[in-house]
Design a protein. Sequence first.
Length: 243
Amino acid sequence: MLNVTVHGLWGVRKEDPQEIAERWWHLLRTLGGIDADSCGTWRAAEAEDDPTAPAVELGVPALTEYLLLTNPDSDAPYIGYTSSLWSGQPDTVKVTVSVTAGGSANRAPDSCVVGLVSAADDAPELVRRSTAVLEALVSYWGPDWGEAYSREEFRAVKTEFGLRAGAPRAGRSVYLSPGRADRVPEGLPGTYTRTADGGLVVDLTRGGTELPGIDTITEVNRQLLAAGALEPLTVPFDRATFQ
């Protein structure tokens, strides 16, 4: 089984359900363009692993309604809206997109997380193109930083550097917001792609053609930490990006 996570985190960014739904809809639509078979039909989190459950309609109005339905408490505008959808087939490839966003509380970072789970050991297209998933997430959610990683890669970096759960780090690919990107050293073993907002994606898989080793990922983290590109956001998380 292969398990790869793609996520982005940011500080406080107050948004209403419709704004969140717009970002979510764009990401889901783009994922469908990357892999229509795995990301063609989205179902509610409550129906997880049930491929016969009815699909959630894709569109800003329907996703706005879904966000409100899954966040009925009156404090949602303060603590944020949390919701999830899944697609694919549990016995082949399963994709989960989870969102926590829009609140004004500064107790924890907001996030968008895309989970990619393959029942087989060989990487399907969506897992091989995890950097493309990261780039799509970055385009629509505007995080402070993001990465794509396997469980083994995450554990290795955590063990080596003792980073807290939400601390910036790099996996098999990493996105860094403009203020962080300015500190990235040259010569890392991957491709560099500037994003529309002036941030930077460093892809150690080189478009899915290579799989970096744990030692390579650890060394990239070491260099980024030394350069100051992985400085933590101020706590409380009262700003969206590192400047």
